[in-house]
Ligand binder design. Structure first.
Ligand code: GLC
Length: 716
């Protein structure tokens, strides 16, 4: 690692401030697509542009090589530019949304997708991606649940690690690797009422138990950067939150990398009412340890005055500059400022067959079969030539990409009609749009449905109904889709619903009346090939929900690892009337965390423990038999949950602690075996410790968070 102290001494304050500022790529491209956020734009002067440290949202080998060359010609200190971008689940070969990919319960697939995304990004000149998003998701009204890995800390941590390892490998300077920036620190997903950017109030207990593990896992996996979040956390906006970034991130967790603000989040502290002007916003951000200011210029405009007033020290600026220079050094940019940018490699790797095949495989594994009365799989060539009718707004749509799909293009996606037509004889009349409908089209579709044997009904949300700033107060099917579905159900033929959506939807009527429901999410470039693979039975679905589906939006936020309350419904002492419930609906989810079906069935045996007593530093084994009781091979995700019966703080009704994906042939039986040790029992106790407290625990081995056989043991 070069010693940058000498270089920093030679830099003027303005040159240093430019080095820790990030600009949009206005200088290099007309493409304004990455501009987002508040309408805060500023004219960067020549000196700032010539000395800026990093650029947001530009890609393309030729363009970036030219930009880097030009920059180094004008840069007095020959400091290379760092190009950063939002490559969240693919660069141009787009994988399913992160929420979808988390339903694979296979971190190795997420790692594979990140490696491919890194390769396509690196040959296009990108050095760092603003991923993984480690925010925990609990409220389906919040549009950004689509970018998360769901509601469980254990899974969130596994996926965060997998993304970082996939992007960075063991050395970010290696070919086809990019640096990873975890985000948004912290608890952004707890936006009150599910409304994006809204305030969050989260106890330190909840933060440490549920929210921090995902971020921590990314830090421990070696992520090079951390991004602040937009929200105020317990009254302090993250970008000015010294406790979060100095005490927790750097002192407790030992993070030595670089912190970047989210887009204009520093100047937004004025709107939060946390800074009276840009100078105070800059001071609070620098004091909190935010090294790079993303696309606002409070540092550049105010730091000099703050230093003169004694409100900041230049050492603080030097420390941030040094972190940025060291990141560029880790990426090898001082030796090779163009890194992997290569036009020939772009042509060879971007959207290549191998990447498309991986996208199709991962899309298949991310889909969740929510209901099936046996109507699926649809037999392709049946003796009596079934008439299959495809309808709904997603019947012939290319909108397979969610709102954060980088350079993915819908033109590269096939529609469900196109894909199915290659496999079987179908007729297709969409009948309605996502939001609009035209009576004659509806009647034509209903008539065609009446004349069919099986109906495929493809429904969902627009891509821009989830993602950043796209929160919904009603999470049912948008537009007239529910009414249209009722007309189709009324025809009285078997109906298979396929859902394309970014969040859990409240779809009780669909769940009740459809014969089958396949959750496809936004499945990416190869999405409809994957849907077809599952509908035809070429592949059996094996996805499991990582976020609960509510009966109604009124249940939000709803998640499995909640606390019991003193009046849990179905409590032996409390009549249902005086229990924690709704008088007009369910208090449990429509589809629980961990839920998903496949094309066979499984039977679980009783939980057998090696011992009903666990000693300190000891462990016990838990197992149960699993049998494939169907007529097809299938994969079951056997889940291990623990419940701490009582503690110095209330404990979740269940906590996922391990799982096994087990594939069995028809009739085959095996033992699902788990080891439970004291580490699994530890939590943040009332006296601020982190320990396992003696007492009774329940173990569930289950197919989802609301079922399972159980056994008890005691820690002594
Ligand atoms: C956005 C998002 C963040 C993204 C950043 C840069 O506002 O909050 O996730 O990485 O700006 O585009």
């Amino acid at each position: 690692m070069r010693d940058f102290d000498e270089l920093i001494k030679r830099m003027t304050l303005k040159e240093k401030l430019a080095e820790i500022t990030q600009l949009y790529g206005d200088e290099y491209t007309e493409d304004d697509s990455t501009f987002m956020g508040i309408d805060y734009r500023f004219e960067a002067n020549r000196e700032m542009v010539d000395n800026v440290g990093s650029i947001l949202g530009v890609s393309g080998a030729a363009l970036i090589k030219e930009a880097q060359k030009k920059h180094l010609e004008t840069s007095k200190h020959k400091i290379p530019l760092l190009f950063m971008h939002d490559i969240i689940h693919g660069f141009k070969t787009i994988f399913p949304s992160p929420l979808a990919m988390s339903c694979t319960w296979q971190p190795e697939l997420v790692k594979e997708s990140a490696e491919i995304a890194a390769k396509e990004s690196a040959v296009s000149g990108i050095h760092l991606t603003f991923s993984p998003m480690c925010d925990l998701a609990r409220d389906a009204r919040w549009g950004r649940v689509v970018e998360t890995s769901g509601e469980d800390p254990f899974l969130n941590s596994m996926f965060a690690k997998a993304y970082v390892e996939g992007y960075q490998g063991t050395d970010v300077s290696e070919q086809y690797r990019v640096a990873s920036c975890l985000k948004h620190f912290a608890a952004y997903g707890m936006a009150e009422a599910g409304r994006d950017y809204n305030t969050t109030d989260v106890s330190e207990y909840e933060l440490r138990e549920k929210h921090f593990p995902g971020y921590r896992a990314a830090v421990d996996a070696g992520a090079k950067m951390v991004m602040t979040s937009f929200n105020a956390l317990n009254g302090v906006p993250s970008s000015g939150n010294k406790w979060l970034f100095q005490d927790v991130l750097r002192k407790e967790w030992g993070f030595r990398g670089t912190v970047i603000s989210d887009c204009t989040a520093i100047v937004e502290m004025i709107y939060h009412g946390f800074a009276q002007d840009e100078a105070e916003a800059a001071k609070k951000a620098i004091d909190a340890g935010v090294d790079i200011e993303m696309v606002s210029n409070t540092y550049y405009n105010s730091a000099e005055r703050l230093i003169k007033q004694g409100r900041l020290s230049e050492d603080q600026i030097d420390l941030s500059v040094k972190r940025v220079l060291e990141l560029k050094e880790e990426l090898g940019l001082f030796d090779n400022p163009f890194k992997d940018a290569d036009e020939e490699a772009e042509k060879k790797y971007i959207l290549c067959r191998e990447h498309r095949d991986a996208a199709r495989k991962i899309a298949r594994e991310s889909m969740v079969l929510l209901k099936n009365d046996g109507v699926l799989p649809v037999k392709k060539n049946t003796e009596k030539k079934q008439k299959i009718f495809l309808t709904g707004p997603y019947a012939d749509s290319r909108q397979m990409l969610d709102s954060w799909s980088a350079y993915g293009e819908e033109k590269d996606c096939l529609t469900l009609r196109e894909v199915l037509s290659d496999e079987m004889e179908i007729s297709c009349i969409p009948g309605i749009g996502i939001l609009d409908y035209e009576k004659e089209q509806v009647e034509n579709a209903v008539k065609a449905a009446e004349d069919s044997d099986i109906i495929l009904l493809a429904l969902g949300e627009e891509p821009l109904m989830s993602g950043e700033s796209n929160s919904r107060m009603d999470i049912g099917l948008p537009g007239y889709q529910q009414q249209f579905a009722e007309r189709i159900f009324a025809v009285g033929k078997p109906v298979i619903v396929i859902l394309y959506n970014g969040r859990p939807l409240a779809i009780p009527e669909i769940a009740l009346k459809a014969n089958a429901v396949l959750e496809a999410w936004f499945p990416g470039t190869e999405g409809n090939h994957a849907v077809c693979d599952i509908l035809t039975g070429a592949y059996a679905p094996s996805g499991r929900l990582t976020m609960s589906f509510p009966w109604a939006v009124g249940q939000c936020p709803i998640y499995y690892n909640c606390y019991s309350t003193g009046r849990p419904s179905k409590n032996v002492y409390i009549s249902e009337r005086f229990s924690s419930r709704y008088i007009d609906g369910q208090s449990v989810p429509l589809y629980p965390f961990g839920y998903g079906l496949t094309y066979t069935t499984f039977e679980y045996g009783e939980v057998i423990l090696s011992d009903t007593v666990m000693r300190r530093n000891g462990s016990i084994m838990a197992q149960c038999s699993l049998k494939n009781t169907g007529d097809r091979a299938g994969t079951e995700t056997v889940q291990l949950y623990l419940k701490d019966i009582s503690g110095s703080r209330v404990r979740p009704v269940r906590m996922l602690k391990d799982f096994r994906r087990i594939t069995l042939k028809p009739g085959e039986t095996c033992q699902a075996v788990f080891r439970i040790d004291e580490e699994m029992l530890k939590f943040h106790t009332l006296d601020k410790g982190f320990a396992a407290e003696t007492g009774k625990f329940k173990i569930y081995i289950a197919e989802n968070a609301s079922t399972g056989t159980c056994a008890e043991f005691e820690l002594v």
